[in-house]
Design a protein around this ligand. Structure first.
Ligand code: ATP
Ligand code: MG
Length: 313
């Protein structure tokens, strides 16, 4: 068992490195720029959440790092190698967004088949226990529920004891208990030093389980940092005040204000520190009326941060 390794430790091979990665698709409506110029380095032992709305480019980026899709430009390396080489060497475990299981085999058999393909595979019973499948090891794969199928797909991803685990929306269809067990296992794997990249729509999952959150919108990285930092970026507050005769640009300079705009007689101030901004606003403009301070919820702020880039389409 190895301890998590600092991503910045000198001489460590990269977990994942994407440089200027881009990929477009031709469609009857014209080209879709799914991923555009993504730079991302993930250190060995890091757990990174890839967040973003539908169509942000998460799956396309993941497919490139697994060697399933070829980039139009830019490069991607996995554990210091070309993606296909790393995958063929059995060093990467993956759970794609969609996929079905082979029929007419038992759960244990399918996990054992996957393990047999990997020289340094994890013990099959351990994989079954880690993924909560020990109770249904002798069930047929074609008679499983949606959540059970997800667990088996997770078991297949970790069966080879991979160094890098890539999971595209892994908890879809899992119930509360399934999710809890899934994340407990993920913690165990992360503590053993597995590098993990998972795509999700659930901010709370990213917050609770990732060392780092990468937010994608319209194919670009729009935020990248520890969950607390990303929350600070998206979790801002807004002050609204009736203040007819003031140029909003002059309000940008107030402490705690990050942006301002006019809406009729009112001004809207987006704030990093709404307390400081409010004090300064009232000191400079005692005539300000109808003051409202509104917290931007994480979900709402997340949507805000991602629709701001509508012009990127
Ligand atoms: N094979 C393809 N052909 C055409 N367009 C594609 C193809 N694959 C992806 N796209 C488009 O690229 C964009 C990014 O898709 P992608 O699946 O990477 O998004 P995503 O972030 O994984 O979304 P979701 O949260 O819905 O899974 C979308 O606009 C999608 O329609
Ligand atoms: Mg996807």
């Amino acid at each position: 068992m190895s301890a998590p390794t600092s991503p910045s430790a000198p001489g460590r091979v990269d977990g994942v490195r994407m440089t200027g990665l881009s990929r477009s698709f031709a469609t009857p409506q014209g080209p879709v720029h799914a991923v555009r110029g993504v730079d991302l380095a993930i250190g060995v032992g890091e757990t990174v959440a890839l967040l973003g709305p539908n169509g942000a480019g998460k799956s396309t980026a993941i497919e490139m790092l697994l060697g399933l899709t070829t980039p139009d430009s830019g490069t991607v390396t996995v554990l210091g190698r070309d993606p296909s080489t790393a995958v063929a060497a059995g060093r990467v475990g993956a759970m794609l967004q969609t996929g079905s299981l082979i029929r007419n085999v038992h759960v244990r058999e399918i996990v054992a088949m996957m393990a047999a393909l990997h020289p340094g595979a994890r013990d099959v019973d351990e994989t079954l226990a880690l993924t909560g499948l020990d109770g249904i090891a002798r069930h047929w794969t074609h008679k499983l529920s949606g959540g059970q199928i997800q667990r088996v797909r997770f078991a297949l991803a970790i069966a080879g004891d991979p160094e890098l685990l890539v999971l595209d929306e892994p908890t879809v269809a899992m119930d509360v208990e399934g999710r809890r067990a899934f994340w407990a296992t993920m913690r165990t794997l992360a503590e053993r030093g597995t590098t993990i990249l998972f795509a999700t729509h659930h901010l709370e999952e990213a917050d609770a389980y990732a060392d780092r959150v990468v937010l994608l919108a319209h194919g670009r990285v729009v935020a990248d940092g520890p969950p607390t930092e990303v929350k600070a970026v998206v979790g801002s507050r807004t002050i609204r005040a009736t203040l007819p005769d003031v140029d909003p640009a002059s309000l940008d300079r107030l402490p705690g204000v990050t942006a301002s705009e006019r809406r009729g007689d009112a001004v809207l101030l987006r704030c990093s520190d709404s307390d400081a901004a409010l004090r300064a606003l009232l000191a400079d403009h005692p005539e300000a009326r109808d003051l409202e301070v509104r917290g931007v919820g994480l979900e709402e702020a997340f949507v805000q941060l991602t629709v701001d880039r509508e012009d990127d389409r």
